[in-house]
Structure formats: C-alpha cells, structure tokens
Design a protein around this ligand. Structure first.
Ligand SMILES: [Fe+2]
Ligand SMILES: [Fe+2]
Length: 474
C-alpha cells in the first residue's frame, strides 16, 4: 500500500517529486509514531488539544490554530524560501555561492552538526513526557503539548536533511535518533543537559527559558551556514522556538508572581513559612535557576575548540548574527577574551578568536538570558518584596571546559572542596527542594483554574480567553 506522503506530511520541499526521499520517509515515519507513543507525552492519547500547526512559511499566517488529536498532529517539513543569489558570508569560502548539496570534504562534519542538533529535539520530549500528569492548568498543559509537538517537528526537520542529503549514513543516523533515550545508561542522548530529568513544572519552565534558548543560539549559528538547506531549515525552526522561550519566561514569571503575592499578603519571608503557604520560596527558585543555567551553558562546549574553529572556517556554522558583525568574517588575526584559572583566581586572557567561538556564542547567550531574569526581578520588586534573582557566575557548577571540576561560587570565588560542600545546599537544588516542589504538583484540569503555586497568565493563547478549554479529555 502506498501512502501519499506529500499530502500526509505538509511540506514545501516538493516531497512528491523525490521518490527516493519519499521511500526513506515512508520507512521512517511509522518508527517515529512508535517512538512518539512510547516516549512522547504520557497519557495524552486522544486528547483534543488547541494547537498551532505550521502550514507554510509565510511571515503572517504560517500557523493554523485548532483542536488536534495528539497523535494526529501533522509534522511537516518546511524550509524558508531560497534566496537564489545567497553567498557564503564567513570563513575560507567567503564570497562563494552557498552550497545546495553537501560538499564532500565537509560531509562528516555537517552530518555531525545536524545529528547533534537533531538529537536534542526528541530528547526534550522524552525529558518532559510525564509532566502532563501534573499540569497546573489546561492552559499550561496545552503549552507543554505545543512545545512537545514542535520539538517533534524539529526532529523531522533534522531527519529530512539527513535523508535528503546524506544517503545511507543519513538514514542510519535518522534511525539512531529514535533509538537513543534521554538518561539511558547504555544509549543516552548526546548532550549532558538532555539527559537530566525534567520532573516538575518549575524545571520545565526553567528548561524552556534557559535550554530552549541554547537551541535558539545554536539554530542562529546554523542559520548562517554555507550549506543552504541547513540555513533555511533552521531559520524556520527559530520561528517556533520563540514560543518555547515565552512558555519558560512567562511560566517562571507567574511562579514568582504567585510567591511574591503570597509573601506580601501574609507578611512572611522565611522560606519555610512561604512553603507552608503552598508556594515555591524564592531561594528555591534561585537554586533551580543556578542549576538550569549552569547545565545549559555547558552545552556550548569547551571554551577553546579546534572543532568550532574548523566548523567556522569551512563555512558550516557561523556566529550569532554573523551578517551584522563588522569584522572580516574570517577571524584569522583576531583575538577574543576568555577566562582562565590562575591559582585561585579567574583571569581574562586573549586567545585566537577562531578557537574561542564556543565561548563567544556562550557569552552572546548569557547576555540574552540575563534580560528575562531582570524582567522576573521587576515582578518581585513590583510586589514589594526585597529579593533579587541573579544568574550565577559562568564558572559556577561547570562540567565542560576550563572550569570542569573547579569549585566556583555563584559570585565567582574559587573555593576549596570543603567550602563548596559546606555551601552547595544553598546554591543548587537539593533532594528536599525537589521533593517539596514535586509535592505541589497535581493536575488542575478545569478551564480557568490554576494550581495554588502559580498565577494565571495575563492573556490566553491566540487571543482566546484564559479560561478557554485548551484541552478536551475524551
Ligand atoms: Fe527544537
Ligand atoms: Fe524548543
């Protein structure tokens, strides 16, 4: 029986005209569905969810909103429109036409880059798969599912590139993307942060704020790629990614709002008394922030990396907003400042810019992520509570790069092990913190109702009211 995938898979890549690709996807699609039903959102089968589905790449009107039965979501393949005259604008091939096929000498690296990015997509779905059971409202449940189906679509995007451009190797990688499992001892996901648990909703909001933002920066760097199909694919993924970060930023903001409001109402500051009111105390929120932030900035890799240099020089992966930067886009003679450990101090050092591209992307990320933290602080301030959240020092709790294994406090002091151990309870979520947060989690499934530890959002989704029936259970 032949399935017309050009209709079944919404796409703007002329799928029906490429029989080889169509066969490869025909083979992969049922395996994806199997993976989704085993590892996708638990207990969501047959829910009608008010979701947006990408249906085109038009700036206005790329998405359609409506009820979708979860497993029937139409995962499509979309690339931004081609720009016929597009050139490679950085590295050694600068000025040459962008590649429409994979250049032989860059094949292995390109495949590796696409696989590393693609692997994060199903990983986050796996990490979040139990959260639906404890959603604090229908609005939040819908947002969780929206993020999940779109990460699923991002997996399709990676698989499209692998199957269309990398032949047999690409097909094997596409299979492997469905075989690795987040947190699995034998066959884990590729990157560390994607093997951590996302076991409660505060973690989910922190993850979508911090870790989806890592996705944004990686996608932005790939959107510059000289390999045109990769650039066009990631450009469109960024359109969806914005909502994921909104879910995170507004989610944390609503938790903070609720906590601050209860603190003011009852005149309490002591974390134990805040907890007794059924809210998440601000120091615990700070510890979650410290954890997600530090685990996420590890994702950018080693501070100095010859791989990053060669990805850049060969035109595969650019810098954040490459085209807006005013230098020569080759960087052979440039330097960049990185931090180094000198005895028990952290000192800046100039190193070749090409080697420090990971660090540069991490620094761009840090600037971007601080913005939301400041907005969270406004919420606390407005409630009249004296507390400030801050991002920890970038050397805090690192597992990758120069600071792996170095003990550094959130304010940037290098510490002996004993001092770290004596304070870590203040800096990172403990088992008790996690157990407390977990104790607040319980599904609220009545339209317009919200769990006691989180404020309602200011507005609904797609101009629907906050008390809209975002999910119908059947
Ligand atoms: Fe994604
Ligand atoms: Fe995302």
């Amino acid at each position: 029986m032949s399935v017309n995938y050009s209709e079944k898979i919404p796409n703007n890549v002329n799928l029906s005209e490429d029989k080889t690709l169509q066969r490869a996807l025909e083979h992969w699609q049922p395996e994806f569905y199997e993976w989704w039903s085993a590892m996708g959102p638990e207990g969501s089968r047959n829910f009608d969810v008010y979701l947006r589905t990408a249906v085109s790449v038009d700036r206005d009107g790329w998405a359609q909103f409506g009820y979708v039965k979860m497993p029937d979501y139409r995962w499509g393949i979309f690339l931004n429109p081609a720009d016929a005259g597009r050139k490679i604008h950085f590295g050694e091939h600068k000025g040459q036409p962008a590649w429409q096929e994979v250049p032989g000498e860059h094949r292995a690296n390109l495949r590796r880059i696409i696989v590393a990015q693609g692997d994060t997509e199903p990983a986050s779905v796996e990490q979040q798969r139990h959260l639906g059971l404890t959603a604090p409202s229908l609005y939040d449940l819908r947002n969780l599912f929206q993020v999940n189906v779109e990460e699923g679509r991002h997996l399709w995007a990676a698989v499209y590139l692998l199957q269309r451009y990398f032949g047999r190797d690409g097909r094997e990688e596409a299979e492997a993307l469905l075989q690795r499992r987040s947190g699995d001892a034998d066959n884990p996901r590729i990157l560390g942060a994607f093997n951590e648990r996302t076991s409660d909703w505060l973690s989910f909001f922190m993850f979508t704020y911090f870790t989806d933002r890592d996705g944004k920066f990686q996608l932005c760097a790939l959107a510059e790629s000289g390999f045109d199909p990769l650039a066009r694919t990631t450009q469109f993924m960024l359109t969806e990614e914005a909502h994921h970060m909104f879910v995170g930023e507004s989610g944390v903001s609503r938790v903070i709002q609720r906590t601050s409001q209860l603190m003011k109402e009852h005149g309490v500051e002591d974390p134990a008394r805040v907890r007794a009111l059924g809210a998440i105390d601000l120091p615990t929120i700070q510890r979650y922030l410290n954890f997600h932030y530090s685990v996420t900035i590890d994702l950018f890799g080693s501070d100095q990396s010859s791989n990053a240099a060669s990805f850049y020089s060969s035109g595969l992966k650019g810098r954040y907003e490459e085209t807006k930067l005013g230098d020569d886009h080759v960087l052979k003679n440039d330097t960049y400042k990185v931090l180094e450990l000198a005895g028990d101090r952290l000192l800046e050092k100039e190193v070749p810019a090409l080697l420090s591209l990971n660090e540069r992307l991490r620094d761009d990320y840090i600037k971007d992520s601080i913005g939301g933290v400041e907005r969270w602080n406004k919420v606390i301030e407005k409630a009249g509570v004296a507390f400030r959240l801050r991002v920890p020092h970038k050397a805090f709790n690192r597992k990758i790069g120069t600071f792996a294994g170095v003990r550094v406090s959130p304010d940037g002091r290098v510490l002996p092990e004993a001092q770290w151990q004596a304070n870590v309870r203040e800096w990172l979520p403990s088992e008790q913190d996690r157990a407390f947060v977990a104790s607040l989690m319980g599904r609220v499934a009545e339209p317009g109702k919200f769990a006691g530890w989180i404020a309602p959002p200011a507005t609904g989704i797609n101009r629907q009211p906050v008390d809209f029936q975002y999910v119908r259970f059947n």
